[in-house]
Each structure stands twice: as structure tokens, then as C-alpha cells.
Design a protein around this ligand. Structure first.
Ligand code: BGC
Length: 689
């Protein structure tokens, strides 16, 4: 039996019973994190390798006397952050988003859940579904893409997988948290439609999938800190969405006021106590926080922990950590997410018979492509670099590595090689989690932050590709990064481009297999790639106030009639697919779309069939179309299959500002099925609702 909401609610009476026997201090202690930041910092200084952030699960809650188990927090999302050299490091969610594979994400959730339990934890803080308003957001790698529907599908799959292993899944950061450098100070504003249609639905989807915890964000929304946000936490999450679990604050600086936070719906101040604890007890005594508020939070915490603990019978099993099955899953994920963006002249795959001398260029070639060094840093037993992956894929090929800092030498080496692979993009210094000293009271955290300046490659890499690419007819660029990287400037200097994101501990192996054709690339872009950065919304990364427009990403380009360089949902393959016999209907409460997909090329391959719904007849301003379903299919050469995709009609709704409700318009909708968001890849029809 799973620890579903229904199952958890069965523990309400027991939790209420326990509450009756508790003092105010005990109830408040459940709401107060138990780590000491000072102690943690001291530990880290003594032994930074082993005593890094979250090296053991962080406790909160729990009262031994009453048999209430503690919550034991393990961060993510690219695996479990605990331990050193132990956990499986999966590709980052952005790559997993590019796989468009919900079933695979659920299996990753299971593996992560098992590893959380192996570390002695019971809480996974790594379901990140924030939607990047602009791809420069430094923590984009932790989320799945730019599209709310897709985020909801992927995030809820992770929730299901993790919770089926009896581990509480925490969905974060609620809400509007998609600017890193300014995260402690920025006040995000937008209109109601943007809030309800663009930034909240994916959170709701995860709650509907049964997520038992939510982490509030640091930033402000409409002038109120999200960790204190009565409207977001009490009204929307716990009220409208009927969320039964508990909210935790983002760590250390997510709560800034005892009374506001407790009354605003914050259940646990993490990871240590600054504003809850004694201060909260006093606030209750002073009549500033009704005791009933504390009771409600305590009940949520006790109920959830009792339910998950009762559910879990097995003892912790460390043998599952980075076990064969989990590592294979990391590899499968990398294989399915890496995305072929360009393949002029069929440069790829390389032919082992012809490529006897291979040159790998770029400083990232021999680095570990696993992502940033912030709170999501997983330390696996090993990481295969792109260089190692290429050496493994072609044992009979002489592989030379050069960082590319000396253009003349690089050009000579390239001219003498049979093929060249540039490995360029970003690392943990360029993008990722960031804590600045002035914002966080003397604490300086790991580098990263939002991208500085541009969404393109570093000038030195652009120069390298432009200078050296033309020296070899078999040149491919491998891009490493957590979100879209501009290509306009340099793409013509090489034949092929692969987007590798941060592919995880087995990422180098997957890259080698794809470059040499053992694996057919099948990832799809979970974001649009424009011709110009200016086609995307502008963000001031240091702002104290930021407006989010209704349109971003592909929806913005389509609305403005701007052709993208590469459309949302696009990804190349070494084989070809043909879509035929599209059919659409609206039946009962569902949109049903189907088509046939045939593999018309000479290799086995996987394709992601996508369903979009268009709103051309709407009475209000709406996107041209939006993704409303997708399905991955695997096809042998010549094989044809029928693919059916269903979407609940409720997902076509817009927020009616007049009635204050989500409503489905009665009208004719355009519907599209195909292999990317671009018209040329879609078969169109209509349905009437
Ligand atoms: C991050 C969260 C993380 C928490 C714990 C915060 O700075 O925003 O994603 O779970 O720290 O370290």
C-alpha cells in the first residue's frame, strides 16, 4: 500500500490524540529545525570532503517521549546529497525533462527514495519545479524546463516514485523562485492570470500526485515573503488545493518574522531555529499567534510522519547506494535526455573505421559534468568525463585532449585529426546556487549564481569554435549547461551540436555512445532556442522588484510571430520518423489525440510525440498554443505504431479574472500532434468543446 493522502488522513485521529498530551513547548519544537548553522560551518571547515552540507540527513520535529519520529531531510534533486562517494548522481532534472519520459522519472524517484532510506533519511527535499522566466536563472538545472504542463508531469512522476518508497517528497520552491542572485530580496509581481496559468499549475499537479511536503521560497511575491505568505500557504496551498502535508521554510533565511511566518502558514522553520522555538512560544503567550495555529501545524507534521513511518517496515539497506541498477538508470536517463541540435552533413555518428584520430577540445572535456556545487551537489563514487566516455566508446581510436587555450596549436591538431569534439559551456562557477555575503548575514556560499551577462558561450569558447571548427569537416560541439545556450554566433563553424546539459556520473559514457552511434539520440529541448536573446523576457538579476510577464519562452516567440532558431520540443535523431493519420476528438472530459509514427530510417530509435492545443478562437488574450501531452515511443527500423495521447479538458482552462476561477472556454480549439512545437513538425486538426 502506498502512503497516499487517504492513507495519511487515517492518522489524523491518532495525531490529534497525541497533540492533547503535549505542552506548547513540545508542539513548537516540532516546528523548529534542529541543526546548528554554526556547528555545521565548523564541521565543514574541519573536514570539508566528508562533512559537507547535508552529509547526514538533517533532523527536525520528532518527540521521543510520544513516539513521534523526526523528519530526516536529504536534499536533491540529482540524487541524494548525503555521504561522500556513495550516492548515485543522476543527470540534472533539465536533462531528465529533455527525455520527456514520465515513467523513467518515476523509476528515478524510486531509486532516489531507496537511497534516502539507505542514508537513514525519510524526507527528500529535491522535487524542484520552478519555471525559469529567463534561461539565465542559475538554478535552472534543478528543474525540468520552461513549460508548466511538462513541469507538472515530470515533477509529479518524481513525487510518486519517491513516495512509493515511503519517503516524503518535498516540492520546492513555492513559489516564483527563478532568480538566484536576488533570491533573498526580490519581490516578484505579476498579474493573476500569469500566477494561475503559468507559475502555479505545476505545483498543484505535484500536490494532486500526493506530495506530502512543500518548501516555501526565499523571495517575496506581491510584497510578502513567501515563507510568511498567508495567501500562498494558507489560502491557495492548504485551502484551495486541500494540501494535507506540511510546509518547510527554505533554509536559514526563509523565515524572517516569528508572527508573520506562523500566522502565514509556515509549519517548520528549517534547518535550525531562529524565529520559531522560544520566540514562537512567547508569541503564542503574548496572544500574537493563536495556539490553534501551532496545533494545526503540529497536527500536519505528526500525521505525516506517523503515516510514513507506519508504512515503512524495511531496515536501511546501504547496498542499494550507487548499486548496478541505479547506476544503469543514471545511464539510461543520460542516453534519453542528451539532445541532438544540429547534424549538418551527417557528421554524426562518427564511424569507428574512419575516425582513428579524435581530438577533444575545450576545458570542460576532462571535467566532471554533474552540475553546480550548491545544495544539490551529489558526490557519487565516480564520474565519467566526456573525454573518458569517448575513450571508452572508441578503444581503437587515438583520443587527444587539448584545452583549446592556444588557438594555433588547436587548429593544427584539428587539421591532423579525423574528427573533433568541442566540449564547451558552463560549470559550477558560471551558474548554480549562490549565497551572497551581504544578503545572508556574513555567510558566503558556493559560487554559481545566475548567468553573468549573456546566454551564450564564453567569448573564448566562441573564438575557439569559430577559429578551429572550419579546420576539420567532422566537428561536433557538445554543450554543457543547465538551460538554453545561444548558438547563433558559432553554429555554422561546425557540423554537429549536442546538448548534454549536466549528464551526471554516467554522462560521459552516454556521450561517447551517442557520438559513435551505439545509442541514437532521442532527447528533446524542454525550452525554446531563439535567434536572439532579446526574443526572451529581460530580467535584472540583481533586482529588488521583478515583474513576470504572462509570456515567456516559446509561447512568447509564437505570440510575437518570431521564428525560433530551434523550437521547443525539438531534437534530432540518426534515423527519421514520419507522422500520419492524425485524429482528434473531445470525448467526455478528455481531449484524445492519436497518430501513427513510423521509423522511416535505418536505425532503431525513440521519438517523443507531442500534443499541443491552440487558442486562436479565444475571447481573451491567450498563447497561440501550449503543450498538453506527450509520449515517448521506441521503434525498430521500418516499424510503425499508433500513439494515443489523452489530456483532461480541465487542462485547457484559463483564469477568468472576472469570476476568479479557472474556466474552460466553449469554442473550437486547434489541436496539433507531432515531433516539436514547430508547425512543420505538426499535423493539425480541430476539436470543439
Ligand atoms: C536551497 C534549497 C535547499 C536548501 C537546503 C536552500 O538554499 O534554496 O533548495 O533545499 O537550501 O540547503
Amino acid at each position: 500500500m502506498k502512503c497516499t493522502k487517504e492513507h495519511r488522513l487515517e492518522f489524523t485521529d491518532r495525531a490529534a490524540e497525541l497533540l492533547k498530551g503535549m505542552t506548547l513547548e513540545e508542539k513548537v519544537s516540532l516546528m523548529s529545525g534542529k541543526m546548528s548553522l554554526r556547528q555545521e560551518m565548523a564541521d565543514r571547515e574541519v573536514d570539508p570532503e566528508n562533512k559537507h552540507y547535508n552529509y547526514i540527513p538533517y533532523p527536525a520535529g520528532g518527540i521521543e517521549r510520544l513516539g513521534i519520529p523526526p523528519m530526516l531531510f536529504c536534499d536533491g534533486p540529482r540524487g541524494v546529497v548525503c555521504g561522500t562517494g556513495k550516492a548515485t548522481c543522476f543527470p540534472v532534472p533539465m536533462l531528465r525533462g529533455a527525455s520527456f519520459d514520465v515513467e523513467l522519472e518515476e523509476r528515478i524517484g524510486h531509486a532516489i527514495g531507496r537511497e534516502v532510506r539507505a542514508f537513514g533519511g525519510n524526507f527528500f527535499g529535491g522535487v524542484c519545479v520552478n519555471l525559469p522566466y529567463n534561461p539565465g536563472w542559475g538554478r535552472s538545472q534543478e528543474t525540468y524546463g520552461e513549460e508548466s504542463f511538462h513541469l507538472g508531469q515530470m515533477g509529479s512522476a518524481l513525487v510518486r516514485g519517491v513516495q512509493e518508497e515511503d519517503v516524503i517528497a518535498c516540492v520546492k520552491h513555492f513559489a516564483f523562485n527563478q532568480m538566484e542572485n536576488a533570491r533573498f530580496k526580490v519581490d516578484v509581481t505579476c498579474n493573476k492570470r500569469t500566477e494561475r496559468e503559468v507559475y502555479l499549475p505545476h505545483f498543484k499537479e505535484c500536490i494532486e500526485a500526493g506530495a506530502a511536503s512543500v518548501m516555501s521560497s526565499y523571495n517575496l511575491y506581491q510584497g510578502v515573503r513567501c515563507g510568511h505568505h498567508h495567501y500562498l500557504l494558507n489560502e491557495v496551498l492548504k485551502g484551495e488545493w486541500d494540501f494535507d502535508g506540511f510546509v518547510v521554510s527554505d533554509f536559514y533565511w526563509g523565515v524572517k518574522d516569528t508572527v508573520e511566518a506562523a500566522n502565514g502558514g509556515q509549519d517548520i522553520e528549517m534547518a535550525h531555529t531562529l524565529y520559531f522555538g522560544d520566540k514562537l512560544v512567547q508569541a503564542v503567550r503574548d496572544g500574537l499567534v493563536p495556539e490553534e495555529k501551532v496545533d494545526k501545524s503540529a497536527l500536519r507534521i505528526i500525521r505525516t510522519l506517523l503515516a510514513f513511518t507506519a508504512q515503512h517496515k524495511a531496515a536501511a539497506d546501504p547496498s542499494v547506494l550507487a548499486c548496478g541498477e541505479h547506476v544503469s538508470l543514471a545511464l539510461e536517463s543520460a542516453r534519453k535526455g542528451i539532445t541532438l541540435l544540429q547534424n549538418e552533413g551527417q557528421v554524426l555518428p562518427f564511424d569507428r573505421e574512419r575516425v582513428k584520430k579524435l581530438l577533444v577540445l575545450g576545458t570542460l572535456g576532462d571535467k566532471e559534468p554533474i552540475g553546480d556545487h550548491g545544495s544539490s551537489w551529489v558526490r557519487p563514487p565516480y564520474v565519467i568525463s566526456p573525454l573518458q566516455g569517448l575513450e571508452m566508446a572508441a578503444p581503437g581510436t587515438e583520443v587527444t585532449f587539448h584545452p583549446g587555450d592556444d588557438l594555433e596549436t588547436a587548429r593544427k591538431l584539428a587539421a591532423a585529426a579525423d574528427a573533433v569534439v568541442f566540449v564547451v559551456g558552463y560549470d559550477h562557477n558560471d551558474e548554480g546556487e549562490f549565497v551572497s555575503e551581504d544578503e545572508a548575514e556574513g555567510f558566503t556560499g558556493a559560487m554559481g549564481g545566475d548567468r553573468k551577462g549573456s546566454l551564450g558561450l564564453h567569448p573564448k569558447d566562441v573564438e575557439l569554435i569559430k577559429a578551429v571548427g572550419p579546420a576539420n569537416g567532422n566537428a561536433a560541439v557538445v554543450l554543457i549547461g543547465g538551460n538554453m545556450i545561444m548558438m547563433t554566433e558559432w553554429k555554422d563553424a561546425v557540423g554537429a551540436v549536442l546538448m548534454a546539459y549536466y549528464p551526471g556520473m554516467e554522462g560521459g559514457r552516454a556521450l561517447g555512445e551517442i557520438l559513435f552511434g551505439d545509442v541514437n539520440p532521442s532527447g528533446k529541448l524542454p525550452f525554446v532556442l531563439p535567434h536572439e536573446e532579446g526574443d526572451l523576457p529581460a530580467v535584472d538579476w540583481d533586482a529588488t522588484g521583478q515583474w513576470y510577464d504572462y509570456y515567456h519562452g516559446y509561447a512568447k516567440l509564437e505570440k510575437e510571430g518570431k521564428e525560433p532558431l530551434l523550437p521547443y520540443g525539438f531534437g534530432g535523431s540518426y534515423t527519421t520518423f514520419e507522422i500520419s493519420d492524425p485524429a482528434f476528438k473531445a470525448e467526455k472530459d478528455q481531449v484524445l489525440a492519436s497518430c501513427k509514427v513510423r521509423n522511416t530510417g535505418g536505425r532503431a530509435g525513440e521519438e517523443v510525440v507531442q500534443l499541443y492545443v491552440g487558442f486562436g478562437n479565444s475571447a481573451v488574450d491567450r498563447p497561440v498554443k501550449l503543450l498538453r501531452g506527450f509520449r515517448r515511443v521506441s521503434l525498430a527500423p521500418g516499424e510503425e505504431r499508433e500513439v494515443a495521447i489523452a489530456c483532461p479538458i480541465g487542462k485547457l482552462a484559463y483564469f477568468n479574472e472576472r469570476t476568479g476561477a479557472m474556466e474552460v472556454e466553449r469554442m473550437e480549439y486547434q489541436v496539433y500532434i507531432g515531433t516539436s512545437a514547430h508547425d512543420r513538425d505538426l499535423a493539425a486538426g480541430t476539436i470543439t468543446i
